[in-house]
Design a protein around this ligand. Structure first.
Ligand SMILES: *[C@@H]1O[C@H](CO)[C@@H](O)[C@H](O)[C@H]1NC(C)=O
Ligand SMILES: *[C@@H]1O[C@H](CO)[C@@H](O)[C@H](O)[C@H]1NC(C)=O
Ligand SMILES: *[C@@H]1O[C@H](CO)[C@@H](O)[C@H](O)[C@H]1NC(C)=O
Ligand SMILES: *[C@@H]1O[C@H](CO)[C@@H](O)[C@H](O)[C@H]1NC(C)=O
Ligand SMILES: *[C@@H]1O[C@H](CO)[C@@H](O)[C@H](O)[C@H]1NC(C)=O
Ligand SMILES: *[C@@H]1O[C@H](CO)[C@@H](O)[C@H](O)[C@H]1NC(C)=O
Ligand SMILES: *[C@@H]1O[C@H](CO)[C@@H](O)[C@H](O)[C@H]1NC(C)=O
Length: 744
């Protein structure tokens, strides 16, 4: 109570002082205009022009003049939903929010793309679906249109060659917007549409970029070619990982929406909304968004899903800290990132001819032996006290590991070594897969990562040798057996969701570490959930092609219920972090994507858009249409269950499954209860036949111990004599005292 008082007084003080500051600068807070997004719900008119006219009316009613209304509106949203983005003062925004036809008004923010910039380099292709299963069933994605909202496209890339493609699908209503270094000729039968959105974007971001759909930064080309790149033989990065590059759905068509700009590739909400709105109009089947946590586009995505579009988002790169997952909405697919069966062993030969192995991406010879120095922790102080000029420097400091993860410590150590004149760095780390930093950070310096155990061996060698030497050999490229994979990467954002702990998020993990894909005219490696997202988009396109009648929820269900939780050797999939641990649903949702199994899931947990809106209306308004009983998200028919506050009394949630396998089949439930919870499924046997294609069952949870809990995990799997295993992840936290809860 007391501290709350203090807090509000402090906030008041803060507010007052900023007000006074602004007044001193000759401005009042309400006179400057900002870009706001006004949401008005579903469309009231079929005719988009009438929708726009209604936006002019709404604005005129507050601004007075029609002209001013029209010129203030930056974007009018009229296909997926009704709303607009406009330059408004704070008080105008407040007035508009009061209007009966308006549901919400929010400032437009800029979100980053979901990859740390240019985590380029080595690596290679990504795991591709077998040419037998889904790829063929889905006819390589032919006929499906994937919309990619990102930083644009490099149309000359071989990945977008349209050789052998049939005509553009007649249902396509999009367009090819031209601009700087981009003409209508740059659209083809592969890139069937391209639009760009410069409204609401900072001039500084636009001035360095192409004023057209052309991709300046490279991110959009990378993600688009990952989702749907054509077959490109002999793609490699400096010869490493040579092979065929292709997208998940190599015959799908691409619709490009450039809403992200500049060196820092930022994407304003207002532009993202317009891109999504246009994509709904144009007729995309899949929307792939490798973007940061969006605020207002929450309603854009639900309206897109309502129109039958499967919306796939990256989950963010803020792991391994819990509760960092973003884009965690019930109606979208949120994707985590994991490693593949590829590693980059790099042999270090010490002066005494001993060899140890590290990881790097060295593709140019560094010559023979070099002098080796002990840089301690590679802090400035440590480096100052030893001579490292022209040498390769060992950075080994165990004590730092617990307080500073390698992703943070390494860039600092590398720049200190560079500053001190070192020629290379051998960095001891716990395994955190930071190889993808090399392009950005090492910049010509030799960088090799080694485990602490090996770091200690090198340290002992340096300490006990008068003039220590080391030779770094070219990196090898190891694929296939012998590499423990997949693992959820350390950077992949983790659940539970802060906003919606009633959800299991992320939904699924897919390859997102050192992915080789197109950037400008060549192929580069990049890492991030940004790279994982288009893998799922490609697979979703194949599923849509194989099962045109499936809803976005059905596609998500197929992906989640067939994902695998063990690797090819039968070991449970792990999640990188400190310490490395077994992955749980808040690391990877249902598990690692398994495209071929997803094409034949057996049962589907489907959701009507109407059910999403029940929840949406309660959360985002209009509150008058909220049915509180249904607003708990675990009541949605999702392919997962998360109960963050199980109390003493048993709690029952219901699920309905639809048979999409053999007409006559019998499924039996196998329950893996979360520890400390009794979980009962009723009925536990489901019999399907020609007339009965759906069944509803109850899952009842009862705490076994009255202990203020952590989340614990279990699963429910429906088995039909060996053909299908339909598994959903379950997370339950027992809460005795409402006032306190622990995180995962
Ligand atoms: C863009 O167009 C200008 C003028 O036509 C040309 O000089 C430039 O090389 C082009 N840049 C690219 C990357 O195509
Ligand atoms: C593949 O690329 C390499 C290097 O870029 C080149 O030497 C080789 O001739 C190419 N092979 C084919 C079949 O194009
Ligand atoms: C390391 O091996 C090389 C070549 O085999 C040899 O010439 C050299 O004497 C060896 N050095 C030591 C310290 O054993
Ligand atoms: C390095 O050490 C010298 C002498 O001890 C000191 O003058 C200098 O400021 C130090 N440099 C840095 C970067 O710490
Ligand atoms: C990389 O090194 C070059 C020259 O060595 C320098 O011009 C450039 O700014 C460096 N880039 C970064 C990101 O440090
Ligand atoms: C949600 O609100 C909209 C108005 O924006 C209304 O048309 C719709 O029927 C509501 N849906 C549900 C399920 O309450
Ligand atoms: C189909 O299954 C339902 C329930 O699972 C059962 O009641 C019904 O008798 C079955 N119909 C046939 C024709 O077997």
């Amino acid at each position: 109570m007391g501290s709350q008082h203090l807090l509000s007084s402090m906030l008041l003080l803060l507010f007052l002082s900023s007000f006074i500051q602004m007044a001193a600068l000759g401005r009042t807070p309400s006179s400057s205009k900002l870009l706001y997004i006004v949401y008005m719900g579903g469309r009231q008119h079929e005719d988009p022009d009438l929708v726009t006219a209604s936006h002019h009316d709404t604005m005129s009613s507050v601004l007075g003049s029609k002209e001013e209304a029209v010129s203030s509106i930056v974007y009018s949203y009229k296909h997926g939903f009704s709303g607009f983005a406009a330059m408004l003062t704070e008080s105008q925004a407040d007035q508009i929010a009061e209007l009966p036809e308006v549901i919400s008004v929010n400032p437009s923010r800029s979100v980053p793309l979901h990859t740390t910039r240019s985590w380029d380099y080595l690596g290679l292709g990504y795991k591709q679906p077998q040419s037998t299963g889904l790829l063929r069933r889905g006819n390589f994605g032919d006929g499906i249109i994937i919309g990619v909202v990102d930083s644009g496209i490099w149309p000359e890339s071989r990945s977008f060659d349209d050789h052998g493609y049939g005509p553009v699908p007649s249902r396509w209503k999009g367009t090819c917007e031209v601009g700087q270094n981009f003409t209508v000729k740059h659209c083809n039968r592969k890139i069937i549409g391209a639009r760009w959105y410069a409204g609401g974007v900072d001039d500084s971001d636009i001035s360095v970029d192409y004023r057209s759909p052309r991709d300046f930064q490279g991110h959009g080309t990378h993600t688009a070619s990952t989702a749907a790149g054509s077959f490109v033989g002999n793609a490699s990065f400096h010869g490493l990982g040579a092979g065929v590059a292709r997208g998940g759905a190599p015959r799908a068509r691409l619709a490009i929406y450039k809403a992200c700009w500049g060196n820092n590739i930022r994407c304003p909400d207002a532009a993202l909304l317009k891109a999504i709105d246009d994509a709904v109009h144009d007729g995309v089947d899949i929307l792939s968004l490798s973007l940061g946590a969006i605020q207002s586009p929450i309603f854009a995505s639900i309206h897109a899903v309502e129109k039958g579009i499967t919306v796939i988002f990256s989950g963010g790169n803020d792991g391994p800290v819990p509760q960092t997952i973003s884009n965690d909405l019930p109606w979208v697919i949120t994707v985590a990132a994991s490693t593949m069966d590829r590693s980059f062993p790099t042999i270090l030969t010490l002066g005494d001819n001993r060899t140890v192995v590290g990881q790097s991406i060295l593709y140019e010879s560094t010559g023979g032996f070099k002098e080796l120095a002990d840089g301690g922790s590679c802090s400035r102080d440590d480096l100052n006290s030893s001579d490292v000029v022209g040498k390769i420097v060992l950075c080994y400091q165990l004590a730092i590991a617990s307080s500073s993860p390698p992703r943070r410590h390494f860039p600092l150590a590398a720049s200190n070594v560079q500053e001190a004149g070192g020629k290379g760095i051998i960095f001891a780390q716990y395994s955190a897969n930071i190889l993808s930093f090399i392009d950005d950070i090492c910049n010509g310096t030799v960088c090799v990562f080694v485990d602490y155990e090996i770091g200690k061996q090198i340290k002992d060698y340096v300490t006990n040798t008068r003039s220590p030497l080391v030779k770094v050999s070219l990196t090898q490229d190891k694929v296939g057996s012998g590499v423990m994979s997949p693992r959820v990467t350390a950077f992949s954002s983790r659940g539970p969701s802060i906003l919606f702990p009633d959800l299991v998020k992320p939904d699924i993990t897919a390859p997102g570490f050192l992915i080789l894909a197109a950037v400008k005219d060549s192929y580069k490696f990049d890492s991030g959930t940004s790279m994982a997202c288009p893998h799922v988009s490609g697979v979703a396109a194949l599923l849509k092609a194989a099962h045109p009648q499936w809803s976005p929820a059905a596609i998500k269900s197929a992906l989640v219920t067939t994902a695998h939780t063990a690797n090819a050797y039968g070991f449970p999939i792990e999640a990188e972090g400190v310490p490395r641990k077994l992955a749980d649903p808040f690391d990877f949702g249902g598990g690692h994507i398994d495209p071929n199994k997803a094409s034949d899931p057996g049962l589907i947990y489907d959701v009507e858009p109407e059910d999403y809106f029940k929840f949406f209306n309660c959360t985002y308004g209009p509150s008058t249409t909220c049915d509180l009983v249904d607003s708990r998200l675990y009541r949605l028919n999702l392919p997962s269950i998360s109960i963050p506050d199980l109390k003493k009394t048993p709690l029952t949630v219901w699920r309905t499954v639809t048979n999409v396998g053999d007409k006559d089949s019998i499924y039996r439930a196998m329950v893996e209860s979360p520890p400390g919870v009794n979980m009962v499924v009723e009925p536990s046997l489901l019999q399907f036949n020609a007339s009965t294609t759906t069944h509803t069952f109850a899952v009842t949870f009862t705490p076994l111990q009255m202990v203020q809990g952590d989340f614990n995990f279990g699963s429910l799997t429906w088995f039909d004599d060996g053909k299908h295993a339909v598994r959903i992840p379950i997370a339950v936290r027992v809460i005795i005292h409402d006032s306190f809860s622990d995180t995962s």
